[in-house]
Write a protein that binds this ligand. Structure first.
Ligand SMILES: Cc1cc2nc3c(=O)[nH]c(=O)nc-3n(C[C@H](O)[C@H](O)[C@H](O)COP(=O)(O)OP(=O)(O)OC[C@H]3O[C@@H](n4cnc5c(N)ncnc54)[C@H](O)[C@@H]3O)c2cc1C
Length: 376
């Protein structure tokens, strides 16, 4: 029997990994990407992403994260590139905050190497952070940073070397399914497939209008700060961190180029009605909250960003992604709405996308990602 021919619509963070997994499993895989590969115009740009295993968003992600870590290592082996650098990660917040409870639950339910640090321990071991009374830091030894542009490049390159085809600067206008096939329409060209995986990030509702109320594009801004003492913010000295319970939630990644440290805001900068029109300018007064939080929580950074970059992601109303067969479809899989925390999961999502497209099922437990959960 002929192996299924599968299209991947959107070769970004997740699509690149679906393509890699399809090609690794011997399927005939074809990607369509409206821009070039490894671009920074939606969710994959901005130099770094956090990888965490003790998970703020829920312990049910931990098996996926453990598998993702293995797959990151396999992609590193295959590409010869360093994609995931383990630095450890500090998850900081009030002891009774639900996200800190999720982190601790993750460490209890699964075998995650970790330490629980009181403010005095943090002051001694990680004096860059200022903790308040009542706050705690969980040091997740299974955390680190990922290089997102390089990761997309590596996955696409690995897929192409195994025979996958990628159409770059090919914007998909429509996806049309009938009983025997599904067609991908790009301008005047129509391509036939057995199955399609839609990994269109913030553009996902274009293909699934029924999701439009529950999956929206949001602007996310990242900011880099200079330090008088950059050695204190290198990967060896400054673990990645996530911090909750302040005026805004923040995260940080050590300096990769040696001078600037990325401290980002988890909070988004509002919904975007049209992802084709992401405004990439930002008013400095919009950054006040994050600058204030840098002053309040971090020792040794100058609280005015030296670099700013603007991106977006698809957000669902419950901030869990939408992964599964599209409503009423046998042949179309939707994978979107990663809500600001999808990059670390990308390789395992690649495996899930490959399984769903070629068998209709997945071996991973993802009921919280069911696309039909929003139906009234
Ligand atoms: C600033 C920022 C910081 C983040 N930090 C973290 C972090 O630290 N850790 C973490 O795990 N996650 C993080 N995330 C979240 C993570 O990056 C995203 O959840 C993830 O990248 C989403 O991937 P995606 O494939 O859905 O979207 P994308 O990577 O945007 O891919 C979608 C692709 O589809 C293409 N496309 C869309 N429509 C079409 C069409 N019609 N035809 C052809 N191609 C099309 C787009 O051009 C794009 O390449 C962050 C996100 C942002 C924006």
């Amino acid at each position: 029997m002929r192996a299924p021919r599968v299209a991947v619509v959107g070769v970004g963070s997740i699509g690149s990994m679906v393509l890699w997994q399809l090609s690794r499993s011997g399927f005939d895989a074809v990607g369509f990407e409206q821009f070039g590969t490894a671009h920074d115009r939606s969710a994959a740009g901005g130099e770094s992403r956090m990888f965490r295993t003790a998970y703020m968003e829920g312990a049910n992600y931990v098996p996926l994260l453990k598998e993702a870590r293995k797959l990151w290592a396999e992609l590193e082996d295959e590409s010869g590139l360093e994609l995931l650098t383990m630095t450890g990660g500090l998850m900081i917040g009030p002891r009774d905050h639900y996200k800190i409870a999720n982190v601790i639950q993750s460490t209890q339910d699964f075998d995650i190497e970790h330490e629980i640090l009181e403010p005095a321990d943090v002051a001694e071991r990680f004096p860059q952070h200022i903790l308040d009374e009542g706050e705690v830091a969980v040091l997740d030894h299974e955390a680190g940073l990922i290089r997102p542009e390089l990761a997309v490049f590596a996955a696409v390159d690995a897929a192409e070397r195994r025979g996958a085809v990628v159409h770059r600067h090919a914007r998909v206008d429509d996806i049309v399914e009938d009983a025997d096939r599904v067609q991908v329409v790009v301008g005047d060209d129509v391509h036939d497939f057995d199955a399609v995986v839609v990994t269109a990030g913030p553009w996902t509702p274009r293909f699934f209008p029924a999701l439009a109320d529950d999956l929206v594009a949001r602007k996310i801004v990242m900011t880099w700060y200079l330090s008088d003492d950059p050695a204190r913010f290198t990967p060896g000295a400054f673990p990645v961190f996530g911090r909750v319970g302040g005026v805004i939630d923040t995260f940080g990644v050590p300096s990769l180029e040696g001078t600037m440290t990325k401290i980002g805001s988890v909070n988004t900068f509002g919904d975007i009605s049209d992802p084709d029109r992401l405004g990439r300018d930002i008013e400095l007064d919009e950054l006040t909250h994050i600058n204030n939080e840098v002053s309040r929580c971090i020792n040794g950074l100058r609280p005015d960003p030296a670099r700013i970059s603007v991106h977006m992601d698809g957000y669902t109303t419950d901030e869990h992604p939408v992964v599964g067969k599209a409503q009423g479809s046998e042949r179309i899989t939707v994978m979107g709405g990663y809500s600001g925390h999808g990059f670390k999961l990308a390789p395992v999502m690649g495996r899930i996308g490959c399984e769903l497209a070629t068998t209709g099922e997945t071996s991973f437990a993802i009921p919280h990602m069911n696309p039909q959960r929003f139906d009234a």
